[in-house]
Design a protein around this ligand. Structure first.
Ligand code: NAD
Ligand code: MG
Length: 396
């Protein structure tokens, strides 16, 4: 009988939507997984609750919340959990020898440093945090190569593509013609664009098929999420940008597809439940139960596909523009979008002006080529400053 050692997990962004789904899958397989570290930015009570349940060795939280977390743990009688505070602790736990795999489920560029640390330390890196790869680009990929890490996509589209591709990446360029990413079209696929100026954060966050964090929900409403995913696909799969297509598929059942040289198309299907790609990343190359309901073809009804409407979703095209621009430009686009979305959620920027801020920032800042994390953080900071000025210009 072989005894399998449990996979020791650090779950960064544990209190978020992906974090919760990850812990749901993990809890179904206590024989396979052990939670070593959990992180959250602000939610001390929620993180303490998770610590009581999963008993990690480390809990990482934003500096201001550390006393609240200590108190919440004490109140629950939880001992043996070491509290680490502030952003510098994230790369430390991500690279710790006690950790085999890191679930990167922080939102935004804030997740870049722990991703790079996990990559350099040769971890199994489960990447939900697409912004980290969009910002990190070639620097991120080099860290994965040099560290001997295993980078596995968690984004449903990229998990689908990964599942539809041949095992050996060396064969991809010669066999694959195109990657086709599906997009739901978000909550405003059919809303009159003349009313986009009045869109509220609540409307933008009400996604028809997925329950997600607020930032990615707004990105889905503008289709900037798909733009980030095109960039993510380019870096993950190494195909030229012109070989990545997007098709709108409102039912979110076909999660993406690979079109081969001979015209054959391989798609991955499933119910829209993030536990499926999460379970695949956790268990790859094996398969484990995820808790997701199986697809019932007799009740599916029609699956439809349409071209994305460029006038309705002008942000989508920025992906290819940024990929054809000097390296570092994808980091500028991401920073602009983070600033614009935060301003929109804050009531300082109209929904239809998110794109204006993104475009103006891209056009007014050409980044120097980034060689490492420091350079990337500098580009990110400078692009945020430029974008903040454009928010001032376009804001209310
Ligand atoms: P969320 O807002 O629900 O959760 C974000 C998590 O990150 C929380 O635990 C929060 O405490 C933590 N966090 C936020 N800001 C932080 C900071 N500055 N430093 C450290 N931690 C911070 O977000 P989510 O929907 O779970 O998305 C997480 C990532 O996964 C995003 O990059 C998103 O694009 C990606 N993703 C999400 C989904 C989904 O269905 N939710 C699907 C695909 C990809
Ligand atoms: Mg996705």
């Amino acid at each position: 009988m072989t005894v399998r050692r449990r996979l020791r997990l650090a779950i960064l962004g544990a209190t978020g939507s992906i974090g919760s789904s990850t812990l749901d899958v993990v809890a179904r397989h206590p024989d396979r997984f052990e939670v070593v570290a959990l992180s959250a930015q602000r939610q001390a009570e929620a993180l303490a609750e998770l610590c009581a349940r999963f008993r990690p060795r480390w809990a990482v939280i934003g500096a201001a919340q550390a006393p609240a977390l200590q108190a919440a743990l004490a109140q629950r009688g939880v001992t043996g959990v070491e509290v680490l505070a502030g952003p510098a602790a994230l790369p430390v736990v991500a690279a710790a020898p006690e950790v085999d795999a890191v679930m990167a489920a922080i939102v935004g560029a804030a997740g870049l440093a722990p991703c790079l640390a996990a990559a350099r330390a040769g971890k199994r890196l489960l990447l939900a945090n697409k912004e980290a790869l969009v910002v990190g680009g070639e620097v991120f990929l080099r860290a994965v190569r040099e560290g001997g890490a295993t980078l596995l996509p968690i984004d449903s589209e990229h998990s689908a593509v990964f599942q539809a591709l041949p095992e050996d990446p060396a064969t991809w360029p010669e066999r694959v013609d195109k990657i086709v990413l599906t997009a739901s079209g978000g909550p405003f696929r059919t809303r009159d664009p003349a009313t986009f100026a009045e869109v509220t954060p609540e409307q933008a966050c009400a996604h028809p098929n997925w329950v997600m964090g607020r930032k990615i929900s707004v990105d889905s409403a503008t289709m900037m999420n798909k733009a980030l995913e095109v960039i993510e696909a380019r870096y993950l799969f190494g195909l030229e940008p012109q070989r990545i297509d997007v098709v709108v598929h409102p039912q979110s059942v076909v999660h993406s597809m690979v079109q081969y040289r001979d015209g054959s198309v391989v798609a991955q299907l499933g119910t829209p439940d993030m536990r499926v790609p999460i379970a695949y990343g956790l268990s790859w190359p094996e398969r484990i139960a995820s808790g997701a309901a199986p697809l019932d073809f007799t009740r599916l009804g029609a699956l439809t596909f349409e071209a994305p409407d460029a006038a309705r979703f002008p942000g989508l095209g920025l992906a290819w523009e940024a990929l054809h621009a000097p390296s570092g430009t994808t980091a500028v686009l991401n920073a602009a979008n983070e600033v614009a979305v935060a301003a929109f959620l804050d009531g300082r920027l109209r929904f239809d002006r998110i794109h204006a801020v993104n475009r103006a920032t891209l056009e007014s800042f050409v980044p120097p080529p980034p060689a490492g994390l420091e350079d990337l953080l500098a580009i990110d900071a400078e692009a945020r400053a430029v974008a903040a000025r454009w928010v001032g210009h376009y804001g209310r």
